[in-house]
Structures are given as structure tokens and as C-alpha cells.
Design a protein around this ligand. Structure first.
Ligand code: G3H
Ligand code: 13P
Ligand code: ZN
Length: 324
């Protein structure tokens, strides 16, 4: 099966009350962990690549690794550009065989966001085969591609803007800001309450009222959530027990993501959780075996934790298992 775009995947997800996991890929072990997990769960999956990943691994390596995963698993896989900053990077990915791109002009004024997004859609949709385009309205807090949006400077999506934006741009899906945030420190401690028994921070709830208003205005239209790592505390603990120092790392509770997946959210972006799982495996291995120096041993343990995490996300959070 060749790489696919996200159109049919999202239609099925919308109607089935589940979401597709969009996992960021930076190296071979991450690609393998995600796609092996998806294979074992019989789940469609999106592999996404940021500008930072392209810089780190080179586009050609990432593309060939994803093609190898398609050949190895025979799964429906979307190769997606994450946070494309301008028309040129989107064009480069479309020309290079990506089946989906995100144009992220969410930090630009509304009219400029529309103009650039429309240009990307025209180019992507004229491509044979059709390339799907994700756009964004509203801004998330946190770090993405070296841009840091301070807590308090983020802005929720305004539901009254979405119909005009989608109609005028022709985008295929829309990322919205409802309180998720990029990175492993999504909320400041003062935004949270602290569980008195465990000491773990409990974040403020997502704005489901905005999601519901957006989906009322865009019936049947796929919505995307960025910044959706949950910062699973079991991996934070392994990291900290093995020499790490992650203090007050906090994510979006998985139950809220499961709820969003039952509604109009068809794509949920997860990157930080993969990084934590990989780091936990490597740190644990290094601490247990200070005499080891073969990367296949410690990176292999990192890969095993990433795979375990992705299976958990597919089954317990996204609900995309057994959907092929
Ligand atoms: O949204 C940002 C993603 O987590 C990608 O992060 O730019 O460090 O690759 P990166
Ligand atoms: P996290 O940092 O929550 O994993 O978000 C990833 C993301 O949105 C990638 O676009
Ligand atoms: Zn993102």
C-alpha cells in the first residue's frame, strides 16, 4: 500500500468517534517504534516531520525511513509536514512526496493567514495525488520549532472565525487552540492544583465549550489538537530515578483527550511523550549497565518504551485500534 493522505482516514475517524495519532519522527528507532505499535494494534497512523526533524535527520532519510515502514507494515500511513512555516517548505514537501502538510500561519494576522493557507491549498490540491492541508487558528503556549510562546500570550481559537477561514482557504482540517500546549511543561504550577497525596500537578481543563462551538459551525469537519502529550508520570519517574531532573513536568490528562477524540477531533499530535519514553529507556539502561557502550542496547531499550507508549495511546486514548 502506498502512503495515503488524511482525507479518508479523517472521515472514518470522525464518524467512528476516534482520532488518529500524529507522532513526530526524528530517527529510525522512533519510526520503527510507532509503526510496529500501530501494526500490532491494527491502527492507521500519521508520521509527522517538523522543520527541526528535517534539519536533524535530512529530508531524504526521513522520507526513505517512512517508506521502509510502509513496506514493512503495509499499513495506511500519512507522511505529514508538522508546522510548515511558509509556502516554500510546504511546496518542498509536496514535491518531495509528502501526502499531507500543515501550513502554520497562526501567529500572523487573520488575512495573512488566509492568504498563505489558500496558496498552499491550491498547490497541494492540484497535486496528483491530492495532498491534504492542515491549517491553524489560535495560538498555543509552549515551544515549537524554536519559537517560544509564553504562558499567558497564547490565544484561544475564536469560534466566530472558523467558517470564514475554512471557506476562504479550502483547508482540509483545522488545528484549534483550546488549552493544550507544546512541550513537557505545559502549564505553570500556579495554573494547576496539586494532588495532596502524590504531589502531582493537575492542570486546568481543556475548553470543550470552544471545541463544541467550532464543531457546531463546521459540521463533519476534522479538527486537530496540537500539544497533546500527557507527560505520563511513569516515564518522568523513571527518568528522575535514573539521574534525570524533570521538575513539575505536566501534560494534558488522557481522559480529556479521549473525550476530544469522541467529538470532532480527528488528529491528536504527540511528540514530547515519545521523547520522555525514549529518554526513560536510555537512562534506565545506562544506569543499570554502566559498562555498556553499544547504542543498539540502550537506544533499543528507548525504542521498546516508545513502542509500549504508542500502543497505550492507540488503545486507551485515541481509540484507533482495529480500524483498518
Ligand atoms: O510542535 C512541535 C513539535 O514537537 C516538533 O518539535 O521542532 O523540536 O522538532 P521540534
Ligand atoms: P507535544 O509537545 O504535546 O507532544 O505536542 C506535539 C505537537 O503538537 C507537534 O506538532
Ligand atoms: Zn504542534
Amino acid at each position: 500500500m502506498p502512503l495515503v493522505n488524511s482525507k479518508e482516514m479523517f472521515e472514518k475517524a470522525y464518524n467512528g468517534g476516534y482520532a488518529i495519532g500524529a507522532f513526530n519522527c526524528n530517527n529510525m528507532e522512533i519510526v520503527q517504534a510507532i509503526t510496529e505499535a500501530a501494526k500490532e494494534c491494527n491502527s492507521p497512523v500519521i508520521l509527522q516531520v517538523s522543520a527541526g526533524a528535517r534539519k536533524y535527520a535530512k529530508p531524504v532519510y526521513l522520507k526513505k525511513m517512512v517508506e521502509a515502514a510502509v513496506e514493512d507494515t503495509n499499513l495506511p500511513i500519512v507522511l505529514h509536514l508538522d508546522h510548515g512555516a511558509d509556502f516554500e517548505i510546504c511546496k518542498d514537501c509536496i514535491d518531495g512526496g509528502f501526502t499531507s502538510v500543515m501550513i502554520d500561519c497562526s501567529s500572523k494576522p487573520f488575512e495573512e493567514n488566509i492568504a498563505i493557507t489558500k496558496k498552499v491549498c491550491e498547490y497541494a490540491h492540484a497535486h496528483v495525488p491530492y495532498v491534504t492541508v492542515e491549517a491553524e487558528l489560535g495560538t498555543l503556549a509552549g515551544i515549537e520549532d524554536e519559537v517560544k510562546v509564553e504562558h499567558g500570550a497564547e490565544s484561544y481559537t475564536r469560534p466566530e472565525d472558523v467558517e470564514e477561514f475554512v471557506r476562504r482557504t479550502g483547508c482540509d482540517s483545522l488545528a484549534i487552540a483550546i488549552g493544550t500546549s507544546h512541550g513537557a511543561y505545559k502549564f505553570k504550577p500556579e495554573q494547576c492544583t496539586r494532588d495532596p497525596e502524590t504531589g502531582i500537578l493537575l492542570p486546568p481543563p481543556l475548553r470543550f465549550d470552544i471545541l463544541e462551538e467550532v464543531s457546531k459551525r463546521l459540521p463533519g469537519f476534522p479538527i486537530v489538537l496540537h500539544g497533546s502529550s500527557s507527560v505520563n508520570q511513569e516515564f518522568v519517574k523513571i527518568i528522575n530515578d535514573n539521574g534525570g531532573a524533570l521538575k513539575d513536568a505536566v501534560g494534558v490528562p488522557e481522559a480529556q483527550l479521549r473525550q476530544a477524540a469522541r467529538l470532532a477531533v480527528c488528529k491528536i499530535n504527540i511528540d514530547s511523550d515519545l521523547r520522555l519514553a525514549m529518554t526513560a529507556g536510555i537512562r534506565e539502561h545506562m544506569r543499570a549497565h554502566p559498562d555498556h557502550f553499544d547504542p543498539r542496547q540502550y537506544v533499543g531499550d528507548g525504542r521498546a518504551y516508545v513502542k509500549q507508549l504508542v500502543k497505550h495511546k492507540i488503545v486507551d486514548v485515541l481509540g484507533s485500534n482495529d480500524k483498518i
